[in-house]
Design a protein around this ligand. Structure first.
Ligand SMILES: Cc1cc2nc3c(=O)[nH]c(=O)nc-3n(C[C@H](O)[C@H](O)[C@H](O)COP(=O)(O)O)c2cc1C
Length: 326
């Protein structure tokens, strides 16, 4: 059996596999995080919801598994709420985890405190420039998010096929690839491009343990290959969501096309794909069914080693051919 024993992401997370569940507000809570960690990957608990929800969800994960899990701080989402920001940081760094990720903002805001507490921190970046700045700030690793990822993006974001290579060329830190990955083939491809781990968001939204309404999960499972699109979100960002009448109308700039103001209630709770935008990556087009988290992770790991063996067999084939012709 193959293992990931020389893998820096496994070293840093303490998990069996270099696979992370991406942080997602409201979704990355106890049922999903505990299932991911229990299956040997690393669940990442979101903290944007603030207290008492975060404390309650943390305790619930701890009650369900003794495997390691991490805590994410989405900097932009809490920096305008200084009391929440301070409370979350104080709480997280009080021995609650050995592994954190920061996202959506400047890592310098928290890096000294996190490192000072002896916690390993990876920062989520979406560009080469962001990766170089995060390295400069002193983070231990990077989560590299390509433009195909679900959620909020820069309008000019580069997709992972080029972005991972660009970052690998310049940065020696461990890289976790996020965006477009749903299985072992995607994971092996990400490793070939320079990653040492992968993170999946959309794949885990469409899992049995994800807390969102089944309509949203089925919307992802039924998405066509081009089933996501990026629609404008304010002047300087886009959000990659499931393709449908509403998102297409917004993309066309129709003034009457406006999503429900509270998409968590409308979509996550009530399952209203007709009035809300459901974040999803290009990866949605690769997802065929809602599956239990453990099956997703087991299949990903098995598929990864299958791909590595297939690629290694090219080498043997080459050797055999060289012997014949030589
Ligand atoms: C439904 C959904 C919600 C997300 N919410 C957040 C969030 O709250 N904070 C964040 O930093 N990233 C968020 N993301 C981005 C993910 O962390 C991750 O980068 C992305 O899902 C990776 O691409 P994939 O969906 O193709 O796996 C979200 C993504 C999705 C699909």
């Amino acid at each position: 059996m193959h293992t990931f024993k020389n893998n820096r992401v496994v070293r840093d997370t303490g998990a069996l596999y270099p696979i992370l569940q991406s942080p997602m507000s409201w979704i990355a809570r106890s049922s999903l995080v505990s299932a991911v960690s229990a299956a040997g990957a690393t669940g990442m608990l979101e903290t944007s919801s603030g207290f008492p929800i975060v404390q309650r969800e943390y305790d619930a994960v701890r009650a369900r598994t003794d495997r390691p899990f991490g805590i994410n701080v989405a900097i932009k989402f809490i920096k305008d709420r200084p009391e929440v920001e301070k409370a979350v940081l104080d709480w997280a760094l009080d021995g609650r985890t050995k592994f954190m990720t920061t996202s959506a903002g400047d890592p310098r805001r928290h890096i000294e405190r996190i490192k000072g507490a002896g916690v390993t921190v990876y920062h989520q970046v979406a560009s080469l420039d962001g990766a170089l700045k995060a390295e400069d700030a002193g983070v231990h690793g990077l989560i590299v998010e390509g433009g195909e990822s679900g959620g909020v993006r820069a309008p000019d974001s580069v997709h992972n096929f080029a972005l991972l290579q660009a970052v690998r060329e310049r940065v020696a830190l461990p890289i976790v690839a996020a965006g477009g990955i749903v299985d072992g083939r995607g994971m092996a491809a990400a490793f070939a491009l320079g990653a040492e781990g992968v993170a999946m968001g959309t794949r885990f939204v469409a899992s049995a343990e994800s807390p969102v309404h089944d309509n949203y999960k089925q919307g992802i499972a039924g998405a066509a290959s081009n089933g996501s699109l990026a629609v404008p979100m304010g002047a300087r960002a886009v959000i990659r969501v499931l393709r449908g009448p509403l998102s297409e109308a917004i993309a066309r700039g129709e003034p009457d096309a406006v999503p429900a103001p509270d998409s968590i209630q409308a979509l996550y709770v009530d399952g209203r794909l007709d009035v809300a935008l459901g974040s999803a990556g290009e990866s949605a087009g690769l997802i065929r069914a809602v599956k239990p988290v453990a099956a997703i992770i087991d299949d990903t790991v098995a598929g990864f080693w299958r791909e590595i063996e297939r690629l290694a067999s090219l080498l043997e084939g080459y050797g055999a051919m060289a012997r014949v012709s030589g």
